[in-house]
Structure formats: C-alpha cells, structure tokens
Design a protein around this ligand. Structure first.
Ligand code: ZN
Length: 324
C-alpha cells in the first residue's frame, strides 16, 4: 500500500469512529414555542395562514388554537448568531470538523436537509433537540474539491419526551480546489473556470427561466382571480385555480431586505455577493443579486430596477441596480 493510501485509511478510520455518536447532550431549546416568534416568522416568510396568526380563526380549526408552522421546527433550536453556546463549542461534530480541517478539508458547504413533522407545535411546548452524526460518505470528487459528505440527524422531542419531528442536515467537507496557477495558459484557465449553478428548470417553472433567457422578467398571474404570484407554482394560493398566465414586470421595485454573502466563496460567484429580496411594484417579491453599487450602499427601501446581465456564455439573469 502506498504512503498516501495508508494515510487516507488512517484518516478515514479516525473520522468513521464518529459515526453514530451524539453531538453532545440533548439541547433544551431556550424559549418555549411562542406566538411572537410565530408571528415574526410568518411575516418574514409572507405566510398569512390564520391558523398561525389569528386566535379567533385558529380556535375554529381542527387545532383548536394557534399552532406553529411545521417548517419552523428548526428555529426553536437556534442559538444566536454568535454560536457561543458551550454545547456547540465542545461537541463531537465540532471535533469531527476539526479533524477534517487538520487534514486539509477546510471547506464546508451545506448541501441539503430532509425533515419530517409528527405533529403541530403549540405555544407553550418545550422542545429538546438531540443530534447524532449519522453517516460519512466515501471520499467524493466534487466541483468544489475532494471531500466527504457528513450527515447529522436531529430529533426533536416535546416536554413529554414524545418525538415531534426530525431533520437531517448534509454538509460537504472538502479540500478547496486549487486555483489555476499563473503559469497555466488562458485557454485552460477559461475551460476550468467554474460557472454559476444552473437554474433548476422543471415542468412548472421552465417558462419563467426561458423568459429570463430572453431578458424578460415575468410574473405568474392567476387566470381566475388575477392574483400575481412568484416564484412560479402550479396553483393559486388565493383561489386554488390551476389556470394561469403571466404579465411582464416593469422591473421597478425596492429592496425589502438583503444580505451580503462573504463566505463560503462558492465557485462561479463574485464575492462579496449581495442578495436581496425585492418588492416589485406589481406586488410580488423576487430574490436576486444587487449589482452596480458597493454592498455598503445597499439599504432597505432602496429603489431599484431590473437589468438583465450575462453571467456567462449561456446564462442571463435579472440583477437589480439602484435607481439614480
Ligand atoms: Zn386565483
């Protein structure tokens, strides 16, 4: 066996010892399930379901009162941006990531999550989360670099010890791919230049991306009640009609919220990378990059307009520029 192969075997034996281990002690979520957090979450997500928001209406539903949106499950376990919770610092997942870092797998990117909800949570429920390192893949070659997929599973239980839901979270720990060296010829550098992630075009949304290819920003419109909706989907949320058409957006709007991404530097994107939620003047929102100004000049309420730009040879996307 070569040196490199035996080194890799030794490393894999070390990381595999973590499979099946609990991340740490069960974590008692800091706040009980509560109405203010439900209300804020619904506002941010644009979810107006009265079962989550209106006590009078909620009383008459099968739930008999306000319930939390199931997809909020993970928010009860959030521990703040600083992540200073001792249970997070001294835990097995951190230890495992340190082993990867020390072996050169310094990159990390979250790839996907699966979730299942066993029951609706109600205000007053006390949630405990317990996370297990479920699996580590074989070594994989990815566009980001060589690495391993690590899956953790978090099980959520209530004050009676009953399971209320679970989620898995998969991350890729990878050795960042080497940048082409200065000595490489331009052609090779261009050929290996990573591109943006392609748009996911399916049966229900390909039409929207195809309009982008032509530099047109469309908004889906219900043929029954006229409600506009975005992103594209099969059914009207207002009247449940599946008949729809579209209108062309003026492209004018304003920044409802935004964030500036610095890390991880995903190949194919320019960093810092400002991503904004834009209120279009027609009344729907769209997530898009803001361009043409410094990230620090972006602000909530900033008036913007859509400009289609080629991000590479085969992809055109709507960007939003400040209106002068
Ligand atoms: Zn409708």
């Amino acid at each position: 066996m070569s040196d490199a192969a035996s080194k890799r075997d030794a490393f894999e034996a070390k990381i595999r010892a973590y499979v099946g281990l609990k991340e740490g002690l069960p974590f008692e979520c800091p706040d009980p399930v509560n109405e203010p957090m439900i209300r804020h979450w619904c506002e941010v997500m644009g979810d107006e379901n009265p079962a989550y928001l209106d006590p009078e209406v909620a009383k008459k539903t099968a739930h008999g009162g306000i319930v939390a949106p199931p997809t909020m499950l993970q928010t009860w376990d959030m521990r703040g941006y600083a992540m200073r919770d001792p249970a997070l610092i001294q835990n097995k997942q951190r230890e495992l990531h340190k082993l990867f870092d020390d072996a050169g797998y310094t990159g990390v990117v979250a790839t996907d999550t699966e979730q299942e909800y066993k029951r609706y949570l109600r205000p007053g429920d006390r949630i405990t989360a317990e996370t297990t390192i479920e699996s580590i893949s074989e070594q994989k070659a990815t566009a980001l670099g060589i690495g391993y997929f690590v899956v953790t599973r978090t099980v959520f239980t209530d004050q009676n010890g009953e399971e209320v839901g679970w989620l898995t979270f998969r991350v890729l720990k990878f050795k960042p791919a080497q940048q082409p060296g200065a000595a490489d010829d331009d052609r090779r550098a261009a050929a290996s230049k990573p591109t943006r992630i392609r748009s996911p075009r399916g049966h229900d949304n390909a039409w929207w991306w195809e309009a982008c290819d032509e530099g047109r920003l469309l908004i889906q419109k219900c043929s029954e009640c006229g409600a506009l909706r975005h992103p594209p989907r099969t059914m009207c949320g207002k009247c449940q009609s599946t008949q729809w058409g579209s209108i062309e957006a003026s492209g004018r709007g304003c920044v409802y919220s935004y964030t500036v991404l610095h890390h991880p530097p995903i190949p194919g994107y320019d960093f810092p990378c400002p991503v904004a939620l834009i209120d279009l003047e027609e009344g729907t929102r769209i997530v898009a990059n803001v361009a043409g100004c410094e990230p620090e000049d972006i602000h909530i309420g900033m008036k913007v307009e859509c400009v289609f730009q080629d991000v590479d040879e085969t992809m055109k996307l709507p960007f939003f520029h400040a209106v002068k």
